[in-house]
Design a protein around this ligand. Structure first.
Ligand code: CA
Length: 235
C-alpha cells in the first residue's frame, strides 16, 4: 500500500493541471488530476484524498461548491483553493466552504509547496498526535472512555453522546473554523436536533465543562459569521 499523502489537483485547464500534477509528483506526493466536479466525485468513490487543490473557476460546479461538498464528506481532507486574479474572494465565503488556505494565480511552485506542507501538517497532525486523549481547555477528553478528565484531581465526567460527538469533531479539527451547519450535520445523527440553536446550546454546556473562564472562552472560540473553532492549549 502507498502511504504517501494523496493530493488531487482539480483544474479544468489541461496544461495547467499537468504542470501541477508533475510538480507535486516530483515532491514525493501521490498525485491525481481531475478536470472538474464529476471527475473529483469519481475519485472520491475510491478513497478520501489527503489534500485537494481546488481551482475556483471551473465549468459547472465551481470550486466553492466542491469545497463545501468535500467538507461534508470529511473534516480531515485538506483543501486549498486556487483563485485567479479576477476572482473576488470573500474570506468569509471561503471559510464557510471549509477551505484551509488559498493561493492566487500566478504563483511560484515553491509557494504552493509551502502551503501544501503547512496544510498537511495541520490535517495529518490531528491523526497522529491526538490519540485517544486530547487536552481541551482545563480538561482532557478521553475518547476511549468517553469522559472528560480533570487533570487536577483525576476525576471523570461522563459525556452525553451529542457532547462527545461534538468534542470529537473539534479534537479532529484543531485551529480550523468549523461551520455551524456542518457541525450540526456531522453530529446530529444520534439525536434529532431539530433546531439550529442546538449547536449553540451544546457549545455553551461544553464551555462550562472545559473552559477556564466560560464567560471568555479560549478553547472553543466563536468565529463570527462561521461557527466555532477549537484551539488546543498552548503549553
Ligand atoms: Ca479554471
Amino acid at each position: 500500500m502507498d502511504h504517501r499523502p494523496h493530493i488531487v489537483v482539480v483544474e479544468d485547464e489541461a496544461a495547467q493541471r499537468q504542470l501541477l500534477v508533475d510538480y507535486l509528483a516530483k515532491q514525493s506526493f501521490r498525485v491525481s488530476g481531475a478536470d472538474g466536479g464529476p471527475a473529483l466525485r469519481k475519485l472520491l468513490e475510491r478513497e478520501l484524498p489527503t489534500l485537494v487543490l481546488l481551482d475556483v473557476g471551473l465549468p459547472g460546479e465551481d470550486g466553492f461548491a466542491l469545497a463545501r461538498w468535500l467538507r461534508e464528506r470529511s473534516g480531515r481532507i485538506g483543501i486549498i483553493m486556487v483563485t485567479a486574479a479576477t476572482d473576488t474572494v470573500d474570506r468569509v465565503v471561503g471559510l464557510e466552504t471549509g477551505a484551509d488556505d488559498y493561493i492566487s494565480k500566478p504563483f511560484e511552485p515553491r509557494e504552493l509547496l509551502a502551503r501544501v506542507k503547512s496544510v498537511l501538517r495541520r490535517t495529518s497532525g490531528t491523526a497522529t498526535n491526538s490519540g485517544p486523549r486530547v487536552r481541551m481547555g482545563r480538561r482532557v477528553l478521553d475518547l476511549e472512555k468517553r469522559v472528560l478528565v480533570d487533570p487536577a484531581d483525576g476525576s471523570e465526567e461522563t459525556l452525553a453522546a451529542s457532547e462527545l460527538d461534538l468534542l470529537k469533531v473539534f479534537a479532529e479539527n484543531p485551529n480550523r473554523p468549523l461551520n455551524r451547519d456542518w457541525l450540526l450535520e456531522v453530529t446530529a445523527h444520534r439525536e434529532m436536533e431539530a433546531f439550529d440553536r442546538a449547536i449553540d446550546l451544546r457549545i455553551t454546556r461544553l464551555r462550562r465543562k472545559i473552559e477556564v473562564d466560560p464567560a471568555h472562552p479560549d478553547a472553543i472560540r466563536t468565529v463570527r459569521g462561521v461557527g466555532y473553532m477549537f484551539v488546543p492549549p498552548k503549553d
